[in-house]
Design a protein around this ligand. Structure first.
Ligand code: VG1
Ligand code: CO
Length: 543
């Protein structure tokens, strides 16, 4: 077959953000856009000659065509083998597992995660390294550098590879191994958890509902929850991945998963409800009449993980992203576990996991995971919850009550202001940055400020430093405000305001979080002038 060398020019803005390169789908479909980026990834890792790559995506619009382009480019660059999910599908955690299990040199995951999909919505490409995790910052920097000097890319002249059936085919000299996207991942889950205990729980009439939001976890949840664990058919809803996710945002939060919330708040609600996002790395957990905040979920899982076989010997340590609530820190302190604080984005957990310093970690944005892969893992979190519930035989609501009674409660909410003017948002943070030194010791909204700074992370494993990772203002009594700009958006800027306040008072464990956080909400306005700068008087999302 013929290898074509196509001349091209650098394209601005091909800079991977919090989680890969994310742009409007039409941008990715534009001339050379995908090809430039993919060639830059190959160049940044020293070429593909003789290497093995994992490839798959969340099934969104353009996934099918992008997979074929990448296969032809990998063949042209001399890759030995590409392991690709059937029909081009792989969830992010399943891809991470395959990279590790098959000792691949890396992987490309096609997804814009929880962002909507379609011709007029979002697309994305993430590169993961041989540990199965998102490329760390030095690698993404090299990729970005390569996009700025690219002059040509190589692509094989060939027809589409048939990805409809599992098996091995050749694309010129390169082996294309088409795999069942669920099989290996399901085996891994079976090794980690007490499936018999979960089966008994379900046999006893415990009802669950899982909303795959028309995204990639549909086939995974069907096979594992219904097929292997015996939940009745229909327990998994919206289980067929669609290119436009049924027109919604595949984002498991109370806004975008409102159908699930409605079902779980009804009188005849199932005992357990959950949802995942576009690429299957996020999770939302609910019990009858209760939504569990992701930060609380992380803390509860850290406190109870030992009930699952994989974690029976206890945890080496735990970690959370900086904006995530400090509910986890309370568990760590009580159990004498090291607890690390990292910047937003899963890539920062990689070194801690690889080095054996932590077993469990998570983010307030509905991401939870462990050392079983190097990505957050939605279904894993659901199964760990089910394992814990099967062992404790408590309801979700009772388990939360017991947790707060033992450890105290950290009220938490994230307020997102979406598509705000980027200049105005940057100006607001600049202004705030300039005043940080003056804030400690002052009283705002009746609360005393203890400290104020901009978070920088010093990686204890490789010594790298990540600056500018969010402004944090800490109040006495456990209050905290964090502000940063999103690194995953595709239009304007998204301002994220993370609000936290803590209580140990047994009389104050069951407040509405927005009411419990009233001081912090008022303080955030007063300190940063959100309305003055952005023109918005309400956030778009309260998660
Ligand atoms: C967001 C979340 C972050 C998460 C990232 C990728 O990033 O805040 O916690 O790791 O999305 O998740 P940002 O920069 O927009 O705040 V996913 O499921 O979109 O890969
Ligand atoms: Co995701």
């Amino acid at each position: 077959m013929t290898i074509l060398t196509i001349p091209t020019q650098p394209i601005d803005g091909q800079n991977p953000g919090t989680s890969g390169l994310r742009k409007k789908t039409r941008v990715f479909m534009g001339p050379h856009y995908l090809e430039n980026f993919v060639q830059s990834v190959f160049d940044a890792i020293g070429g593909l000659a003789g290497k093995t790559l994992v490839l798959g995506g969340d099934g969104r619009y353009f996934n099918d065509r992008a997979v074929q382009v990448i296969l032809r480019m990998a063949a042209a660059s001399g890759a030995a083998r590409v392991i690709v999910g059937q029909r081009g599908l792989l969830s992010t955690p399943a891809a991470s597992h395959l990279i590790r299990d098959r000792q691949a040199d890396g992987g490309l995951i096609l997804s814009a995660s929880h962002n909507p999909g379609g011709q007029d919505e979002d697309f994305g490409v993430k590169f993961n390294t041989s540990n199965g995790g998102p490329a760390p910052e030095d690698v993404t920097r090299r990729i970005h550098d390569a996009t700025r000097s690219i002059a040509d890319y190589r692509i094989m002249e060939a027809q589409d590879v048939d990805l409809t059936t599992a098996g091995t085919v050749k694309l010129d000299d390169m082996t294309v191994e088409v795999v069942d996207p669920v099989h290996d991942y399901a085996l891994l889950m079976e090794r980690l958890f007490d499936f018999d205990a979960i089966r008994r729980l379900l046999d006893g009439g415990f009802r669950l509902t899982f909303d795959a939001m028309h995204a990639v976890t549909g086939p995974y949840a069907k096979r594992i929850l219904e097929g292997i664990l015996g939940a009745p058919e229909g327990s998994v809803v919206n289980a067929v991945p669609l290119p436009d996710f049924g027109g919604g945002h595949p984002d498991p939060n109370p806004i975008w998963a409102r159908d699930l919330v409605g079902r779980m708040m009804a009188d005849d609600a199932p005992n357990f409800g959950a949802a995942s996002d576009g690429d299957g790395d996020r999770n939302m957990i609910m019990g009858r009449g209760i939504w569990v905040s992701p930060s609380d979920s992380l803390a509860v899982l850290a406190a109870n993980a030992h009930l699952a076989p994989a974690y029976a010997d206890g945890l080496a340590g735990v970690a959370r992203s900086m904006p995530t609530s400090r509910a986890l820190d309370r568990v760590a302190a009580a159990r004498n576990l090291p607890c690390y604080e990292t910047p937003t984005g899963w890539k920062f957990f990689g070194n801690l996991l690889d080095d054996g310093r932590i077993t469990l970690c998570g983010e307030e944005s509905a991401g939870t995971g462990s050392d079983h892969v190097r990505e957050k893992d939605g279904l894993w979190a659901v199964l760990l919850w089910l394992n814990v519930l099967a062992k404790t035989r408590q309801s979700v609501a009772d388990l939360m009550q017991a947790h707060w009674t033992e450890f105290g409660r950290n009220y938490y909410s994230r307020h997102d202001y979406e598509a705000v003017d980027a200049t105005a948002a940057a100006r607001m943070l600049d202004e705030l940055r300039g005043r940080l030194a003056d804030l400690p010791g002052t009283i705002v909204a009746g609360r005393h400020i203890d400290s104020a700074d901009e978070f920088a992370y010093h990686d204890p494993v490789d010594g790298s430093v990540a600056q500018g990772q969010g402004i944090r203002i800490v109040f006495d009594g456990g209050g905290r405000i964090v502000m940063r700009l999103s690194g995953t958006g595709t239009a304007g800027a998204t301002l994220r305001v993370y609000l936290e306040d803590a209580t140990d008072d047994p009389e104050r464990l069951n407040l509405d979080p927005q009411e419990a956080l009233a001081d912090m909400i008022a303080a955030a306005q007063e300190i940063a002038g959100i309305t003055r700068h952005t023109g918005r008087d309400q956030p778009d999302i309260r998660a």
